[in-house]
Design a protein around this ligand. Structure first.
Ligand code: C2O
Ligand code: CU
Ligand code: CU
Length: 536
C-alpha cells in the first residue's frame, strides 16, 4: 500500500494542527479546508468545448419476473470502448460494458436479485449503496467475485494483497477467515424493504475500489413505491438522473489515474501526491463531458448523485431563477423527504444523493441555464447546461407534504458512540484511520442491537464523507448547532467537514451481521479509512 511517509502529507498534517490550535479550523482558509482534495489530475487529451454533447440518460434494464414475483437482473462486468471525449475512444470497465452502468429499477417490498458476472481481469465486489440487504448480499470488500480461473493462476495474484497472508505489511489487516470468494459470478439478493429512493451500485473491492470505480464500475438503482407514485412530481422524461463525476484523460483518450500498479493486481494505492483523493479536470454527467439538456419551460425532477472518487461540489444555477429557490429538494439519500426543502446552492459530497425539482418556467425560451459547481475553478466550475427549448403546459407540482418520515425523530438513542476520522502517522507512514486505527477485518468498532437507534458522533480533520452500509440516519447536529438545510431527511452518507463534529441518529433495522462504516472519499477508503460494525 502507498504508505510510505510523504513529506507533503506530513506538511499538511502540521498545517492542520496549526490551524486547529489557532481555532481557525472551519474557516475557509488554508490547504486543508480547500474544497478540492489532493492534486488535480490534468488531462493530456484535447478537451471538448463545454455543452456540445447532449446529456445521455443511462439505459434502463428490464428484469425477468420469477414465478414467486421476484425480479431478476443480470449484469456482466466487462471492458468496453466508449466515446466519452468526442472523436476519442476510452476503455471503460462497465456493468454490461456501460459507463454509467445499466440502470436497475426495483419496487419497494419486492425482492430483486442481481447476478453479476465478472469478465474483468481483476476481482470485484458489487455493493448496493443505500440498500438494506443481508451481509452476504451487501457487496463487502471482503466478499470477492474472482474472474473465472483467477485463483488458480500461477503465483496466485488473486490473493496478492487479498488476505491469503492474513494481513498486509503496515496497512489494512485482514484474516483469511474473513474473506469469501465466488468464482466467475455471484447473485446478490435485495429484499428492498425500504421506501422509494435513488440508490446506486458500485465496485467495492478491498484496496482497489477507487481505481475500479474510476474505470466505470458504477450505476443507478432506483427504488419506486406507491407513496412516490401518488405524488404529482415531474415524471417520465422529466425525471432525470444526473450522475456527476470527474475524470482525467490521456492523450489517446484512456482514463488517467495515478495507480502504483495500473494492472490493479499487485500493490494497491496511489502516488503520494494523490493521497488526499483523486480529482480530474473533466466533469462528466451520466458519462458525458459538460453535456447539455434541452428542456421545456416546466418543472423537472433531477436525481443528483455524486459518484466522484473525491470531488465535492456546490451546485448552483447561473443565472438563478427570477423567483423562488434554484432547487426544491424532495428526496435525500434514503428516500423522499417529509416536506420539500429549498436551496439556492447545494453541497454534494461523494456518495450523496439529492433528489430535486428545478422549475424552468421563469426562463425565456431560447435561453440557457448553467449548472455550476461553485467550488470548482476553470473547467471544473461548469457541470452541464440546460437549454430552454419550448413552452409546455405544466402538469406537475411539488406538494407541501411528500412522505411521512418525520416521526422517527422522536425515537430514542440507546447508546452513544464516537468515530474520529483522521490521518494518523504510524511506523509505515501515514494512513487514513477511524479512531486512530486502520481497517482490521477482525475488529468490530460497534455492536448495535437490531431494532434500536443509536447516536453516533463523527469528528474529522478533513472533508470526510462518512457512509454507513445497511443503516440509515438523520443528521441531528453539526458543530453542536443545527444541521444544514442539505442534511434533511434519511441519509446514508454525510459530509463531515474539517474539525467539525456531526451527530447522527442511526436506525439499525432489517438485518443482523457485519457491515462497513467508511469514508466515501474512495482513496481514503482504499487507504484504510474503514471499519466494521456488527448488528446483533
Ligand atoms: Cu458507496 Cu461502502 O459504499
Ligand atoms: Cu454503501
Ligand atoms: Cu475521508
Amino acid at each position: 500500500m502507498a504508505m510510505r511517509p510523504s513529506r507533503r502529507t506530513l506538511l499538511k498534517a502540521a498545517t492542520a494542527t496549526g490551524l486547529a490550535a489557532a481555532g481557525l479550523g472551519t474557516a475557509g482558509c488554508g490547504a486543508l479546508t480547500r474544497e478540492v482534495s489532493g492534486e488535480q489530475l490534468r488531462s493530456r487529451a484535447r478537451l471538448p468545448a463545454p455543452f456540445r454533447v447532449p446529456l445521455p440518460v443511462p439505459v434502463t434494464a428490464t428484469p425477468t419476473r420469477g414465478p414467486d414475483g421476484t425480479d431478476h437482473y443480470e449484469l456482466v462486468q466487462r471492458a468496453a470502448r466508449a466515446e466519452i471525449l468526442p472523436g476519442l475512444r476510452t476503455e471503460v470497465w462497465g456493468y454490461n460494458g456501460r459507463f454509467p452502468g445499466t440502470t436497475l429499477v426495483g419496487r419497494s417490498g419486492r425482492t430483486t436479485t442481481v447476478r453479476v458476472r465478472n469478465e474483468l481481469p481483476v476481482p470485484t465486489s458489487t455493493h448496493l449503496h443505500g440498500g438494506v440487504q443481508a451481509p452476504d448480499s451487501d457487496g463487502s470488500p471482503l466478499d470477492l467475485v474472482l474472474p473465472p480461473g483467477y485463483a488458480s493462476g500461477a503465483g496466485s495474484s488473486a490473493h496478492s494483497g487479498h488476505g491469503a497472508h492474513g494481513s498486509q505489511a503496515g496497512h489494512m489487516r485482514t484474516r483469511p477467515g474473513d474473506w469469501t470468494y465466488s468464482s466467475g459470478a455471484k447473485t446478490y439478493t435485495y429484499p428492498l424493504d425500504q421506501p422509494a429512493a435513488t440508490l446506486w451500485y458500485h465496485d467495492h473491492r478491498m484496496d482497489f475500489s477507487a481505481p475500479q470505480v474510476w474505470r466505470g464500475l458504477a450505476g443507478l438503482f432506483l427504488v419506486h413505491d406507491d407513496v412516490e407514485d401518488a405524488l404529482p412530481l415531474p415524471r417520465g422524461e422529466k425525471d432525470v438522473p444526473l450522475m456527476i463525476c470527474d475524470r482525467a484523460f490521456e492523450e489517446d483518450g484512456a482514463l488517467r489515474y495515478p495507480s502504483l500498479d495500473p494492472s490493479l493486481t499487485g500493490e494497491p494505492g496511489v502516488e503520494d501526491a494523490y493521497m488526499e483523493g483523486v480529482t480530474g479536470d473533466v466533469v462528466l454527467v451520466n458519462g458525458a463531458p459538460w453535456p447539455e439538456l434541452e428542456v421545456s419551460a416546466t418543472r423537472y425532477r433531477f436525481r443528483i448523485l455524486n459518484t466522484s472518487n473525491a470531488r465535492r461540489y456546490r451546485l448552483a444555477l447561473e443565472p438563478g431563477p427570477r423567483e423562488g429557490a434554484a432547487f426544491v429538494q424532495v428526496g435525500s439519500d434514503a428516500g423522499l423527504l417529509d416536506r420539500p426543502v429549498t436551496h439556492d446552492s447545494l453541497p454534494v459530497a461523494p456518495g450523496e444523493r439529492f433528489d430535486v425539482v428545478v422549475d424552468f418556467a421563469g426562463y425565456p425560451v431560447g435561453s440557457t441555464v448553467t449548472l455550476v459547481n461553485t467550488l470548482g475553478t476553470g473547467g471544473t466550475r461548469s457541470v452541464m447546461r440546460f437549454r430552454i427549448a419550448r413552452r409546455e403546459r405544466e402538469t406537475s407540482r411539488v406538494p407541501e407534504r411528500l412522505a411521512g418520515v418525520a416521526a422517527a425523530r422522536a425515537e430514542r438513542a440507546v447508546a452513544e458512540r464516537r468515530f474520529d476520522f483522521r490521518l494518523t502517522s504510524g511506523s509505515g507512514g501515514e494512513l487514513w484511520t477511524i479512531n486512530g486505527r486502520p481497517f482490521d477485518s477482525a475488529r468490530v468498532l460497534a455492536r448495535p442491537k437490531l431494532g434500536t437507534v443509536e447516536r453516533w458522533r463523527f469528528s474529522s480533520d478533513f472533508h470526510h464523507p462518512v457512509h454507513l452500509h445497511l443503516a440509515h440516519f438523520l443528521v441531528v447536529a453539526r458543530g453542536g448547532g443545527s444541521p444544514l438545510p442539505s442534511d434533511a431527511g434519511w441519509k446514508d452518507t454525510v459530509d463531515v467537514r474539517p474539525y467539525e463534529v456531526v451527530d447522527v441518529l442511526v436506525r439499525f433495522r432489517g438485518h443482523r451481521g457485519r457491515y462497513m462504516v467508511h469514508c466515501h472519499n474512495l482513496e481514503h477508503e482504499d487507504m484504510a479509512m474503514m471499519a466494521n460494525f456488527e448488528v446483533v
